[in-house]
Write a protein that binds this ligand. Sequence first.
Ligand code: HAM
Length: 436
Amino acid sequence: MNDILPDEVVRWQRLEAAFRRHAELQGYAEVRTPIIEQTALFRRQVGETTDIVEKEMYSFERHGDDLTVRPEGTAGAARAYVEHQLAAKEPVSRWYYLGPMFRGERPAKGRYRQFYQAGCELYGDAGPLSDAEIIDLVCGLFRDIGVGEFVVHVNSLGSGGTRDRYRDALLAHFEPRKDKLSDDSQRRLFKNPLRILDSKDPRDREAAAGAPSILDVLDDADRAHWQGLLGYLDALGVPYVADPSLVRGLDYYTRTLFEVKTKAADLGSQNTLCGGGRYDNMIKSLGGPDVPAIGFALGLERLLLSMPDTARKAGPGAVILPLAPEGAKKGLVLARDLRALGVVAELDGRGGKLKTMLARAEKRGAAMCVILGEEVQRGTVAVKDLAARVQDEIPLESAARIIADRLGQPRAVPRPPAQPGDPQTPGPAGEARGPR
Ligand code: HAM
């Protein structure tokens, strides 16, 4: 679990804003559900034999309830969708969410116990068109935020009859190899042989070689959905590969399944930036109507590791330096007036030499310094533009408005003619030049 300090939060906010923009452009609206849900919700939906439920959930009992700190967002959103009877209110609902998820996994770069997801869930549209659009949403976002080379892996897990036939085919493949499987997979063999395909254990990988492909057993309706999807992905120019080995670690999926992986970042096996798929049975199994659904979630930490590091925390617009005894009171009021005009203003009341104070303001990344020295007695303040390294005096009375205007259009500010002795020539970068 990580602390995210203010300097890093700037990149988070940029990523979150881009995600919201892309989701909202496709008509998604934000939903906020509790971080804690009944344990049974995840057991039933994510699946009893998944790693998440068997090994990773933070579960506890309190006040007679079995509770779990959410390991993912899909089950909680679906619970809310059913509880608030959304299906009766609108035929199609598009929801997005952002927030922390919790899984007790072995930590590594890009794999944490508290991590953040941004996800979208679409309820009420069964067709492959919506599958293609939601995948394209992720691709559009990734291109926008500058994720390096990425590829979408897609597969179909089929539905109803296809799933049963595939289960039988997998059992027939793995049963003769049972002794060669990992302990987890031996235990899961009869309950959920699909899980073996998702195992990273080398014994399971070896035993899975030559296992039947689900794409070979799709029934007509599943095949039509699958081929429809591939056609739409082609039309959109989505960079994808059909990957019959893709299973994913959650049990609720039906038909379309996808993951977006990056090649560019040094994330090792944590290179899956996004996972998602269709889960047409979940709403019904939660006691709701028969409403199909599809969604995805992005791992924000992994995305940040794959994005160019350009965003920087902006410094304050103005740092106010009270020098004269009456400067403090005037400075307090000026800072408040500046903030009222939307300028981020900091008052540096720590005192010291002007040169030191200017250096401190520059280190903070301030755009301007406002010096309240002896000129306050004349009803003026000195304003220094730290980037342009020019300084002038302005009336204290209208200082807030003038500074706000200058910060609004910093390049268009008319400069007064240079006065002899004024430090208006650019100094070396980082050196704070005092005005007198
Ligand atoms: P998931 O594949 O378990 O799917 O997680 C989605 C993404 O969350 C992963 O691709 C990864 O980027 C990130 N992630 C998962 N675990 C960790 C971790 N321990 N540390 C850092 N990042 C992690 C789901 O959670 C589904 N609810 C997605 C979905 C939504 N399917 C349908 N709708």
